[in-house]
Design a binder for this molecule. Structure first.
Ligand code: ADP
Length: 461
């Protein structure tokens, strides 16, 4: 036992001795039960200031003193059951007190440890964490925020969150922020630009979460990381794809024109064998052109320059037109129509046409074992939903959630079916730009129903 521990035990012994002296001084040699409380007080204080061991020691010493005071009279042991019971009760009570205080301390220590662990994790995280109040003031931030923004700790306390956001993105960020703030427990992840203290601009991926009703937080939490390098890389890739596709488009269009001239000449010469080869060549050129258009669309979407040319059109007319055109090209499948009332929509007809063509050609492409497709429309609650049902290979539930991501292709079809994995991504973006929604219900080996919903034309449109 080291010196300080001995000192603690000695202190608790002296305290009990003093208490016992006080007891006898005030109450005479046979002090009564309530006065044992003084010992209890000393035991509690020993626990508080000296620890569990000295407290137990104080209990033992106080029992010895009380034993002496209660059961020994004029040096003779005098048995009295009531006094003995008092003593027993005293021991039990104090043992209980020691146990309760001990568990309480353990619990508090555990709580503190958890809090410390959590705080260290947040503090040393490479991602920025900020607790933002509704008025935009930064209530708390971790060290990563200083590092990412370049602002000093004290400056961050003074400025508002809005002064960190690049002006061009301010409205969008505010919109998301207040939308999240008005829905308890909601969260959103967005990418936007941030202004650093030195004026440079960075891209961040920011998750804004509403913890206003969480008593220990009571703020909107912003958790963000610097994604400038990734965005720049994507931008470079996009620029490259944009330039490459644009440059490829012109020679390919000429190539297609030459093929058509060649086909006409061969027809005039009645050279049927070579016409078949030229037709095959034409099909391949069409595929490359379609891919290039997809790549160009992706770059347009990425740079936010896919503009819609809105007009009012009848949905059933569009569906019938697409079905007829595709049925003329794809003789392998019959396209059955099941159309609701013919109603007006306002949007970019060519783009909606593109979405429908994509869904129907996918339906044909991914159902080699079947010979029909059903296209259905249904008007519900001021919106029209178009369903494209096939009886093909279907998609597993695991893959469904990624289907609308850029370049995503289901692993099992990559080898067997050609494609870039862009059609659904582009289609989904087009539908979102029309404030609509797109989805899929699919069962593996049974088929899929791809659908999109568009709001009906309103009077303001
Ligand atoms: P692509 O067909 O060029 O690969 P899409 O973006 O149109 O690109 O489709 C993405 C992926 O979704 C496809 O690779 C395929 O795995 C899956 N998919 C799309 N439509 C269907 C369908 N009707 N049935 C089964 N799988 C489909």
């Amino acid at each position: 036992m080291d010196k300080s521990a001995v000192l603690k035990y000695v202190s608790s012994f002296i305290s009990i001795l003093c208490a016992s002296y006080l007891e006898t001084l005030i109450l005479g040699s046979r002090f009564a039960t309530p006065s044992l409380l003084l010992f209890t007080g000393v035991i509690i204080l020993s626990f508080r200031f000296l620890g569990k061991g000295p407290a137990i020691f104080a209990l033992v010493v106080s029992v010895i003193f009380s034993f002496n005071a209660l059961l020994i009279r004029d040096g003779e042991f005098e048995w009295a059951l009531s006094d003995f019971l008092k003593l027993l009760l005293f021991v039990l009570e104090n043992a209980m007190i020691i146990y309760i205080i001990d568990s309480y301390i353990k619990q508090t220590e555990e709580g503190l440890l958890k809090e410390k662990r959590f705080k260290t994790l947040i503090e040393e995280s490479s991602e920025g964490f900020m607790l933002v109040k509704l008025n935009g003031s930064i209530h708390y931030h971790n060290q990563a925020v200083d590092r990412i923004t370049g602002y000093h700790q004290d400056e961050l306390k003074r400025i508002s969150i809005w002064s960190l956001i690049k002006d061009d993105d301010l409205i969008t960020v505010k919109e998301h922020y207040f939308k999240v703030a008005s829905h308890a427990g909601s969260a959103v992840t967005i990418q936007h630009r941030m202004k650093k203290a030195d004026g440079t601009v960075i891209w961040v991926e920011n998750t804004i979460a509403n913890h206003l009703e969480n008593k220990s937080i009571q703020a909107v939490v912003m958790n963000f990381k610097d994604v400038t390098a990734r965005i720049n890389h994507e931008q470079e890739m996009g620029d490259f794809l944009g330039i490459a596709s644009h440059e490829l488009k012109t020679p390919l269009t000429s190539l297609k024109a030459y093929t058509q001239v060649l086909e006409m000449r061969l027809k005039a010469e009645k050279n049927t064998n070579t016409i078949q080869l030229v037709n095959k060549m034409d099909k391949q050129i069409n595929r490359v052109i379609a891919m290039i258009f997809d790549l160009l669309d992706v770059t347009k979407l990425q740079s936010g320059i896919m503009y819609l040319k809105k007009e009012t059109f009848q949905i059933n007319d569009l569906v019938s037109e697409v079905a007829e055109n595709l049925a003329n090209v794809h003789h392998s499948h019959r396209i059955d129509l099941d159309l609701d009332e013919n109603i007006a929509l306002r949007g970019d007809r060519a783009r909606i046409n593109q979405v429908l063509v994509n869904l129907v050609t996918n339906g044909i492409k991914y159902s080699p074992g079947s010979d029909k497709l059903i296209v259905r429309t249904a008007i519900i609650d001021n919106a029209v939903t178009v369903y494209v049902k096939d009886f093909g290979i279907g998609i597993s539930q695991l893959e469904v959630k990624n289907l609308f991501s850029r370049f995503y292709r289901v692993s099992s079809v990559r080898e067997a079916y050609q494609g870039l994995g862009l059609g659904l991504y582009i289609s989904n973006q087009i539908i979102e730009q029309h404030h609509g929604k797109m989805g899929v219900d699919s069962v593996e080996n049974q088929g899929s129903v791809f659908w999109f919903r568009l709001p009906l034309a309103s009077e303001e449109d």
